[in-house]
Design a protein around this ligand. Sequence first.
Ligand SMILES: *[C@@H]1O[C@H](CO)[C@@H](O)[C@H](O)[C@H]1NC(C)=O
Ligand SMILES: *[C@@H]1O[C@H](CO)[C@@H](O)[C@H](O)[C@H]1NC(C)=O
Ligand SMILES: *[C@@H]1O[C@H](CO)[C@@H](O)[C@H](O)[C@H]1NC(C)=O
Ligand SMILES: *[C@@H]1O[C@H](CO)[C@@H](O)[C@H](O)[C@H]1NC(C)=O
Length: 637
Amino acid sequence: MKTFGVILLSCFALTLLIDVTNGSNSFTIDYENDRFLMDGLPFRYIGGEIHYFRVPQEYWFDRLFKMKSAGINVLQTYIEWSGHEPREGVYKFDGNYNVTRWIEEAQKAGLYVLLRVGPYICSERDMGGLPWWLMKYDLQLRRNNDIYMKYVKQWFSVLLPMIKPYLYQNGGPIIMVQLENEYGYYSACDNSYMSSLRDIVRSHLGDEIILYTTDNPGLLACGLVDDVFATIDFGTNTQPDDQFKTLRAHRASGPLVNSEFWIGNIDTWGTQHLTKPVDEVTKWLDVLLSYDKNMSLSMYMFHGGTSFGFGSGANNGGYLPRPTTYDVDALLDEAGDPTEKYRAVKNVISKYAPVSKDDIEPSPKLSIGPIDAKLEMDFTQLFSQQFWKKVDSDSPQPFEYLGSRNGLILYSTTIDFKSTSPSMLTINALRDRAYVYIDKVFQGVVSRQEKSLAIPIRAEKGSRLDLIVENQGRTYFGDEISQHKGIFGSVTLGSKTLTKWSHYFIDDWEDFTSLLKFDANVPKQHSGHNSKNALHPAILKAEFVVPFTKTYDTYFNPTNLSKGFAYLNGKCLGRYWPTNGPQITLYTPGVWLKPSPQVNQLILVELEDPPCLISNGTCQLTFDDHPTLNGETPVNW
Ligand SMILES: *[C@@H]1O[C@H](CO)[C@@H](O)[C@H](O)[C@H]1NC(C)=O
Ligand SMILES: *[C@@H]1O[C@H](CO)[C@@H](O)[C@H](O)[C@H]1NC(C)=O
Ligand SMILES: *[C@@H]1O[C@H](CO)[C@@H](O)[C@H](O)[C@H]1NC(C)=O
Ligand SMILES: *[C@@H]1O[C@H](CO)[C@@H](O)[C@H](O)[C@H]1NC(C)=O
């Protein structure tokens, strides 16, 4: 279960009475009695994980309150470097990345905090939470090399001083800080890297705070660091005794902690929807909590939320891109509503810790439509916009060298020789999916996920070759994290390498709709599209008014589309891909909608050829009052 990370911290009733703003607070490990001590008293945690970057900030307190109500006493949370430093030296700590506000809200909700500062976090995020721009230096990540460590030091010198006032001994809720994540899995096994991280974090946060690591118990050899407390992670259907015995072989004493008790499951685009049964979760939670009364755990995930925009990454083992949803069959669903699993888990926790008597109701949901989304720009119109940056070079360049974070790049060249017809077009080191056009006529798709990297094409001398390459999310696990996106090898036609490329790109597709200018005078290509020229990638636009003067959460349903990116009022809801599944609907927070009578704007970047686009350029779409995450997926996956 390398793809999960959870912490479950629970404390007994006693801890609820402690004033966490008292300056004489202490949180320590009693190695003689294998337990934590908070202000000198035994402490255990039943924790849960939520990531601030996956929940709209307006809903933070709501989710934390529901966590506390279930009897959970500790929030475990990752810090995502890539979101806080989206470009080298440019920092973001406002809005959804206001991490100190997140910590304050947790404290307000009565939760202690376990902070997993990385720098690598995994978490099914793009590049495991490491910034994409590091790859312009062709680094080996997560190793003690000078360039990587220079950037880690810089980042920690920005982050950690902000965190310090929130440590428990300083009156805040943070009781422990995690280094890296599941480093034991990583082939580098660079112990000097982990001990350097320890020293850097200590130099900022002091000697008092407990630092910890989290690893698969079978892989502790490369995960452990001297003077850093070791925890392990494991899910259901596994005896705690077996797991903790392995830990004890390495660390003779100290409290037992399962930092990620996996209570859900994670989907992949194109693979059947996965869940984890409620009774399996409650059975093994009870086994764990009764195993040792001083043992602590954190559930992964208490509430998964959504990887909005381009935040979602891909697993290794082939190339397995994760969907936009991070519902992951957690205790709260994607919209923050309690599930049957929430109530069942709360029931188990009530045997060990105080829980709230109150029941929590689901929030109201909107249903809107159908609404018409109309073709605004086809391929040609889109790429004749003024905002594209253009770079020419002999060989194709990856996203990172061009300074482009995510989304699409158009690679374009002219075939200046006579080739056989058809001739095999091969893209070496394609990351991740390319739409191939000859003289603007669509030829087909080559795809890393589907392991098809070549396509036969018929081109004349002088034909223009266009490749729209989609970055489907950077790999977050294994050696492939140190990879470039786009085309990182040669492109050949027959035996000949193609040269003289032009690249058309933008800095960041999160901001795409702010660049768009619609010109009412430009004729639309739709009705009875009979030219052979490609429509896609196409921009569709819909404007609509919600039925109320208040807004509520809803779920965008792109069933009539194929694959692309959806933007609502300038915010990227994420990638949609209903033709592949299993995720169909995109969670749409009510706080991102405008109430009646204001007009909402939905913009779609459609990469393929849904029938509605071809027939008349108008696609009917809805917003539903319920999610659909278990759509049909292709066979043979
Ligand atoms: C973070 O939130 C706090 C509290 O709401 C606010 O005072 C602060 O200005 C915010 N930080 C940024 C960078 O927006
Ligand atoms: C747990 O802690 C309690 C009191 O702090 C102690 O009496 C007990 O022996 C410890 N160990 C186990 C396995 O419960
Ligand atoms: C487009 O076609 C659909 C179904 O084929 C039809 O319902 C719709 O009215 C048409 N729209 C336009 C603008 O012609
Ligand atoms: C898809 O389009 C059809 C007709 O064009 C429409 O009846 C249907 O409501 C649309 N589906 C969704 C989910 O919007």
